[in-house]
Design a binder for this molecule. Sequence first.
Ligand code: HEM
Ligand code: MN
Length: 315
Amino acid sequence: IKRYDGFSDNLAVRLGSYQAPGPNDSRGPCPGLNTLANHGLINRDGKNLNSTEIKLAFPRGFGIAEDAIEVALHNWEVVCEYIKGTTCGTAANDGTFILTNLTILGEPHAFEHDHSYSRQDYRQNWAHGGITDNIYFNSSEMQSGLDVVGYTPSNPPKVATANFQQFNEIRLQRESIQNQRDFPGWFQQNVPPTLFETGFIFGATFDRDSSGKMKGSTPLARLDWWNFWFSEESFPTQLGWVPASTEVFNSHFCTSVSSAVLNAAVTSLPKSLPAGATATTFPPPANLPEGDPSPTLALFQSAPYAAATSPAAIK
Ligand code: HEM
Ligand code: MN
């Protein structure tokens, strides 16, 4: 079934309209899911999300083919079960499940991992015993990656892109920074999901024509689109973005990008890299283990990023 076919050619219809979340809406560490919720392609409150709807909403919003989100969907269910201590599947056990809300995906060291591109780690900055916001977009962390390639959102060049090598350099810089910044003993290097998410970034932002087909034979990530998507949690249509063509943005695309980024030779290495950071074998994206709930750490609790930073919320 090509579920991703048949969406309206009218982008305003296909992509819905952006509404910032309110303080009681739920958002999480995934810029993809947050964007879908902000556009009403999944429940705007970010709660009681059905896996069947997610499978439809990602292709509709981002143009991603369904086969590329299987691992993520599986891991979502596992995290849901960790937190609830019970199955998140339906009574009929027909393979669909309900995720309580987007915020629980921020359970640290479960699906959520350290050295994200745009989020802080759960214990960093020597917050003795305290916890840090590992869930919402953080412009300083994002900028530390953009700095590697000299990109400034406030004064952007007309079109700036990053290739595989540059993304590997950004990725290594993020590892190095967080390795130094985290509370001693906290940092865990988690390369496979980071690289898989890098595949998502390339799929969502590769330079393309107006029908979503890739320009050139190697994807180049548009930094203006990447920064807009992450910081606004909205589709960068005003910058000329359209959803990718699903023939391009599929599972094979994501894993090829993952290993190409990992294998791209870099010209220099940041200091204080954890051991193994430059290994070039890319293990296939791993399913989180099913079974006993992992010991859960308290979730970071606060209003969603856009709710907390929108002018109305700042008194
Ligand atoms: C990050 C969940 C699908 C884009 C994350 C994280 C979670 C998550 C838990 C946090 C990892 C971290 O600590 O950085 C999910 C689930 C999905 C899904 C449950 C499907 C059911 C997608 C898709 C895209 C996407 C299809 C792109 C279109 C990203 C990106 C990051 C991310 C780029 C990394 C953010 C960063 O490094 O700052 N996702 N995700 N996700 N997700 Fe998703
Ligand atoms: Mn993280």
